[in-house]
Design a protein around this ligand. Sequence first.
Ligand code: 6PG
Length: 261
Amino acid sequence: MAERDVVLVRGREGLGLEAARRFAIAATEATRRSGRFTMALSGGSTPVDLYSVLASDAYRSKIGWDSVHVFWGDERCVPPDHAESNYKLASDTLLKHVTIPPNQIHRMRGEDPDPEAAAIEYEQLLRAEFQLSPGEWPRFDLILLGMGADGHTASLFPGSPVLREVKRLVAACEAPSHRQRRLTLTLPVINNARTAIVLVAGKAKEEALRRVLREQNPTDPLPAQLVRPRDGRLIWLIAEASLQLSAISGPLKPKSPAAER
Ligand code: 6PG
């Protein structure tokens, strides 16, 4: 795995700005390299900080939106207009405000009454969009992730059998807390990304974050600790204000954003 960057930013506003800066770098590099930028969006609430910066007048013109191809890292098994839909969150806060061609927006069909069928359908979509041969994995230019207080990421939850998936690109699963059915990219897809950015804010995640930052080779890793792009960059963006990092950062002295390229 390439080097892991741990960047502490000041509060949610700092998180959104630094994530947007790195998003723009990844988008520019990808578009120059291949003429398109493929990204998988996260769910949850933290990405809203990023989405609102990207949708702002100051930032919107920095991205070549017509080259952007949008996918999702996971989705709740709800309709696309449901309050808990990750697609709805991104659509309301970002996609409606930028000019990505509709045929380049590829949501997971959470409304499908058969999540297994929806997972197979999304896997087939990925194979077509990335023109994959059998046995190949899609290589996203950017995968955005979050982390829950239990250390889950995407919809990969502690103890889930999906954590051991080594063949499928997309799986149907269940969020243990309220048994909500979910769809998620599997770890081999996530770890095939060129860049993975994990956005973390919220005091409830302090213990999980301490483990991520301090445990080099955990014997019982949290799902978020399994995010290690094989040939890509891993960036942890952590909102410092909402975490007492003095109790966490320990030997890892996170780089300051100024030290980044
Ligand atoms: C989801 C997300 C999930 C999320 C974390 C953090 O669908 O819920 O993909 O992995 O990133 O739960 O959520 P918050 O950003 O709301 O803290």
